[in-house]
Design a protein around this ligand. Structure first.
Ligand code: GLA
Length: 398
């Protein structure tokens, strides 16, 4: 009797442990998808619709896995618009056979064979922005197809949606379809901030565009909502409280190395994206980078700021005309601080220790993340000469 009750007890304990393990496993899986902002490459910024094909994608995977980027944390290789042409009689999405003759599954396998992850693009409307078939009405069918192909990341755009179509319902539908596919797939919501996704997308997707399409320029604007780097920064400021592990504001993909900005501007762009915990999705030709571009994209100390486990989106804490100071709290109690000079001339920018949330008189180490110079002591305040359209980025560690 006693033995039996001991066995029953052991059985109950085992059941309890199993249930707890399943619960913990599910939780761990939920937490590991985009626990830090996704890093990788996306085809759109450089290759657009006409330049994308399977050779480009393979070459990018080769480059990323061998040039230090994979080791630095870049992971996803994502094909944007224009890989698809049609649906077959059964409604299955059909890839462009001329540009992707080996098929999407073979391409995903290739990317995976390099130790990387594979991403793809669709649209919540009837057609993508470039006029290819969208997923409206095919969400479950497409999600199952993506999972069968081995897709790890899905960007879903918002062109050609129906009049009155709800963004929250549409993206929730795709989220449910992806969940039903049984494969963990990052969901990147791309409705350009048009329906304030930060208010509803946290439980729906892993990242959401907060703004229109990035332009490869410092401060240009377009009539249709595409903007240069500095305007995107202004638009994302104030959305800090909505971001965190698994759910990020997305100021759009990087233009570093695409030629529209100076090295100083590219460095400022990358530094600011790290400070605001943005996805670091490169958009240049990774197999053909200048030394300056490599140095920017491979700065591990700046990447570490973006990927900090606390997942706090940095914020603007001081603004004096074109001189700004931005700060981000880090998991180790430190702060990343960016001194940003938006003006056409060099400027000296100051920040006090109390401005970044430390008591006056605290001793700290200040490390410049671009020059790798370090100083320590009771800093009180920090002052640096900042180049035009440039930054000084430091990590402060008490
Ligand atoms: C929209 C998106 C871009 C890109 C294109 C593709 O403009 O915002 O990021 O995906 O569509 O057509």
């Amino acid at each position: 009797m006693r033995v039996r009750s001991a066995m029953a007890k052991a059985g109950r304990l085992a059941l309890f442990l199993a249930v707890t393990a399943v619960g913990a496993g599910a939780q761990a899986a939920a937490q590991t998808v985009a626990a830090t902002p996704p890093m990788g490459w996306n085809s759109w910024n450089k290759y657009g619709c006409n330049g994308i094909n399977e050779k480009v994608v393979r070459d990018i995977a080769d480059a990323m896995s061998s040039n230090g980027m994979k080791d630095a944390g870049y992971q996803y290789v994502i094909i944007d618009d224009c890989w698809q042409t049609d649906r077959d009689a059964a409604g299955n999405i059909v890839a462009d056979a001329a540009k992707f003759p080996s098929g999407i599954k073979a391409l995903a396998d290739y990317v995976h064979s390099k130790g990387l992850k594979f991403g793809i693009y669709t649209d919540a409307g009837t057609k993508t922005c470039a006029g290819r078939p969208g997923s409206l009405g095919h969400e479950y069918q497409d999600a199952k197809q993506y999972a069968n192909w081995g897709v790890d990341y899905l960007k879903e755009d918002w062109c050609n949606t129906l009049h009155g179509q709800s963004s929250e319902s549409s993206y929730t539908l795709m989220r449910n379809a992806l969940a039903a596919s049984g494969r963990p797939i990052v969901l990147s919501i791309c409705e350009w901030g048009s329906t304030k996704p930060w208010l509803w997308a946290g439980p729906v997707g892993n990242l959401w565009r907060s703004t229109g399409d990035i332009q490869d320029c410092w401060d240009c604007t377009t009539t249709w909502g595409g903007n240069g780097v500095i305007h995107i920064i202004d638009q994302i400021n104030g959305l800090e409280s909505y971001a965190g592990p698994g759910h990020w504001n997305d100021p759009d993909m990087l233009e570093v190395g695409n030629g529209g900005m100076t090295t100083e501007e590219d460095r400022a762009h990358f530094s600011m994206w790290a400070l605001i915990s943005a996805p670091l999705l490169t958009g240049n030709d990774l197999g053909n980078m200048s030394a300056a571009t490599r140095e920017i994209l491979l700065n591990k100390e700046v990447i570490a700021i973006d990927q900090d486990a606390l997942g706090q989106q940095g914020r603007r804490i001081l603004k004096n005309g074109d001189s700004e100071v931005w700060s981000k709290q880090l998991a180790d109690g430190g702060r990343a601080v960016v001194l940003l000079n938006r003006s056409a001339a060099p400027a000296t920018i100051d920040v006090r220790q109390t401005d970044i949330g430390y008591p006056a008189g605290l001793a700290a180490t200040v490390r410049d993340l671009w020059s790798a110079k370090e100083s320590s002591g009771q800093i009180g305040s920090y002052s640096a000469q900042v180049p035009s359209h440039g930054v000084v980025m430091v990590k402060v560690k008490p």
